[in-house]
Design a binder for this molecule. Structure first.
Ligand code: AGP
Length: 607
């Protein structure tokens, strides 16, 4: 989604804004711009294309000590220079940058046009600049409050004016904004990655809040001028965690961080003396937990697939009925919220609009919804009724990888917790923990053989269509593997439960449509083997991800990638890594933009 950066302070603002925008590149964008106020007035430079193009087009002479910047991911209006942000008012003295969607912008624009305002762009965001101009009466903060009070939809905006030097006004409703507190300098941005190089003292704005920023500090109020006290938080991330650390891409780095990420997700949460788990932040007592009669899990994309693994685990390990559902579907089907049902909202960014609004709909109906998020202080994390951070560290690549492994880790832990309150014995719990704690080393082992999966990926990268097939715990992983290939290599791929191909998809099979089978040495192996043979009998090529030592599959599949043995329920951890690498190396072979695939954004904060 769009990225926002603002700065007031002693540093040359142009450099701070450009560097901040570069750190927001991972969010995905198609144009960028900055607005700086100096003794010449308001300088506005904006371009379609990459930040490098923008930087080259900024005249050396442009100086100044405060300003705003924006990376745009087009929602209304084409990708053009004029549609890039920031947008200015008729006088050219007020500039705004906006993240979100103004749903009533047409009617607002109609009124403003009648009042004589002239528009330059065909974006929804530009109406904000003209509304601020309309209501400006000497206080920029007041004018912004008047303006945003008329908006329907979502916004995170920053606004500056020539007539109020060294001041930035920020306002938030639905699109995140975070303040950075420096020494005689202040920052405001869409997320902490844009400011962590300068300060780790941050303040998260909430919906309905407005902030007035100067280099000396900030004040926050609501739209009715009530002052709001804000808590300063400390970010624990280091800048190098956000850098690539020697890898070719963020995606590669994050795939290889998974052993550490899984360890961090488990850290401090395994109770050996009780052969159970402890998840602080659930805000649920043991009595609450024992009264849970079913679990429902919502999410989008990869997070939804992690939720599907969670549902399989809860039902299989804890014997609690569980179901995962796509958040955007649940939201609009007037869901029935049942008593003694616990909901989870899974979201790496904690800002996905589909998941956030579905959570709010569930809460409106009285549901208890726990968040499983990665970004501390994110909206879903703060608005949920409790929850568990996955601690996977910043995930920069648009394609989610380590977050998936960390998300399912939380479900492995929660399933253990519930199971040990119900039917799982101490010894069974101890064995379960042993299996869980053996996973990071086993992931390392899979990663150590990346060259084998690279060979397979390059061999098959010219095909245009793939099927990904798995069963049981690995069905969600097949879906995830198909998503990964689609989103970064742009090759069409479908995930299916293996048995289902007989009911239609097998019509797709020919020499041009390879099938990737997840076929661990578990209780379903023979069933899947028959599906493999059905595909082979029709000339289909088969890539198998199988358990080490399983020679039988070698005689049938065209290519096999072996993973270490583990207990049946734990194969998702080991199956997903070769699929991530398969997608990664396919994308490389095809020359794709691996970290920022076309059309995609890291966090989809619009519906
Ligand atoms: C995953 O590779 C995709 N980029 C996308 O499906 C993502 O998982 C989805 O948008 C949900 O994001 P979230 O986890 O931040 O809510």
């Amino acid at each position: 989604m769009c990225g926002i950066i603002g700065y007031c302070g002693p540093k040359p603002v142009k450099e701070v804004l450009i560097e901040g925008l570069k750190r927001l590149e991972y969010r995905g964008y198609d144009s960028a711009g900055i607005a700086i106020v100096n003794d010449k007035g308001l300088e506005l430079i904006k371009r379609r294309g990459k930040i490098l193009d923008l930087k080259k087009s900024i005249p050396e002479k442009v100086k100044g000590f405060y300003g705003i910047g924006h990376t745009r991911w087009a929602t209304h209006g084409g990708v053009t220079d004029i549609n890039a942000h920031p947008h200015v008012d008729c006088t050219g003295k007020i500039a705004i940058a906006h993240n979100g969607i103004i749903e009533n912008y047409s009617s607002l624009k109609e009124v403003l046009l009648k009042e004589g305002h002239t528009f330059k762009s065909d974006t929804d965001s530009e109406v904000i600049a003209h509304l601020v101009e309309k209501y400006y009466d000497g206080s920029l903060e007041h004018a912004v409050k008047e303006a945003v009070s008329l908006l329907k939809g979502t916004y995170g905006i920053v606004c500056i004016s020539v007539d109020e030097p060294n001041t930035i006004i920020g306002a938030r409703n639905g699109s995140p904004l975070v303040l950075g507190i420096g020494d005689n300098e202040m920052f405001i941005a869409s997320d902490v990655t844009a400011i962590v190089a300068h300060t780790k003292q941050v303040v998260y704005l909430e919906d309905g809040e407005v902030v007035k920023l100067t280099r000396d500090g900030f004040t926050t109020t609501d739209l009715r001028e009530n002052p709001i006290e804000k808590e300063v938080e400390h970010i624990s991330w280091e800048l190098e965690e956000i850098e690539k650390a020697g890898y070719s891409h963020f995606m590669e780095k994050e795939i290889f961080e998974q052993p550490e990420a899984v360890k961090r997700a488990m850290s401090g949460r395994i109770l050996h003396p009780e052969a159970s788990a402890h998840l602080g932040g659930l805000n649920l007592t043991n009595r609450d937990l024992i009264n849970i009669e079913r679990v429902k899990i919502i999410g989008a994309g990869t997070s939804y697939y992690a939720g599907m693994v969670g549902a399989y685990l809860l039902e299989s390990i804890a014997r609690v009925p569980a179901q995962a559902e796509i958040a955007s579907e649940l939201r609009y089907r007037n869901p029935v919220v049942e008593r003694n049902t616990l909901y989870f909202a899974v979201s790496q960014s904690g800002e996905t609009a589909d998941t956030l609004y579905a959570m709010r709909e569930l809460q409106r109906k009285g549901a208890t919804v726990l968040g499983i998020c990665n970004v501390v202080g994110s909206t879903i994390a703060r608005e949920s009724d409790g929850g568990v951070y996955i601690h996977s560290g910043p995930e920069i690549a648009v394609a989610s990888t380590k977050a998936f492994s960390s998300q399912i880790t939380v479900f492995y832990l929660f399933s253990l917790l519930l199971a040990r309150m119900r039917n799982m014995s101490f010894d069974e719990g101890a064995r379960y923990i042993e299996n869980l704690q053996s996973i990071p080393v086993k992931i390392e082992k899979v990663l150590s053989r990346k060259n084998e999966i690279e060979r397979i990926a390059r061999k098959y990268s010219h095909y245009k269509d793939f099927l990904f097939l798995g069963r049981g715990f690995n069905f969600p992983v097949a879906l995830e593997g198909a998503l990964k290939l689609k989103e970064i290599s742009y090759i069409h791929a479908e995930g299916y439960t293996a048995a289902e191909i007989k009911h239609g998809p097998i019509a797709l099979i020919n020499e041009e449509t390879p099938s990737v089978f997840l076929i661990p040495n578990d209780s379903l192996k023979e069933k899947i083997l028959s599906n493999v043979k059905e595909v082979k009998a029709r000339g289909g090529k088969v890539i198998a991800i199988a358990t080490e030592g399983d020679g039988e599959i070698e005689d049938i599949a065209d290519d096999v990638f072996y993973i270490p043995e583990t207990a049946e329920a734990f194969y998702p951890y080991l199956m997903v890594v070769p699929l991530q690498l398969f997608a990664y190396f396919s994308a490389i072979e095809l020359g794709r933009n691996v970290d920022q695939p076309r059309n995609l954004a890291k966090s989809v904060t619009v519906e």
